[in-house]
Design a protein around this ligand. Sequence first.
Ligand code: ATP
Ligand code: MG
Length: 200
Amino acid sequence: MRRVGVMGGTFDPVHHGHLVAASEAAHRCNLDEVLFVPAGQPWQKSDRVVTAAEDRYLMTVIATTDDPRFSVSRVDIDRPGPTYTVDTLRDLTSYYAAAGIEASLFFITGADALAEIASWYESADLLALAHFIAVTRPGHVLVDPGFSAESVTFIEIPALDVSSTDCRARVAEGAPIRYLVPEGVREYIAKRNLYVRAES
Ligand code: ATP
Ligand code: MG
């Protein structure tokens, strides 16, 4: 049985907080791999313009190239319409079944995302599709969603107080993002001129 971590996110841009969360979840929960899954059209963020999916996808690929445990899935960006986690998990389940690989999915989320679980579409189905790994995130209280112990594992990870919102704001005001994001991601942002206009 392959233990597959699923790290969903907008990754606008991907930063070291995401990478540490995935790495620690893999280590602590004995995951064979972690799939980063950039969201297509994130319905939670309809209040702001989200960077083109291809740019977010490429930044995620750049950020994960050197870690053999990490790869990036296009399932959410190739599916039309808003991204729902239940669809992500269904599509990945079908993908592994079609490939003849027995896989169990572990959905990795930060404290803030976990807090939204109750509001997620078909949350009962979510629990049937994956085990949840909830990681600490600075500035967010890790609340027990009331899931049974078999459904969620809470892990404490080295705290990196970095967010994509902060990275975007920094670029917009000319502050450095070096060391907050992988170097290749920083270069990609500069080359493509992303985030130069302030949009939180
Ligand atoms: P934004 O500020 O645009 O919301 P973000 O930094 O929260 O971006 P997302 O793409 O929304 O990044 O997050 C994807 C996942 O990564 C979520 O589960 C989130 O909780 C988690 N995450 C983000 N930043 C951190 C961090 N610094 N430490 C731990 N987990 C994090
Ligand atoms: Mg977020």
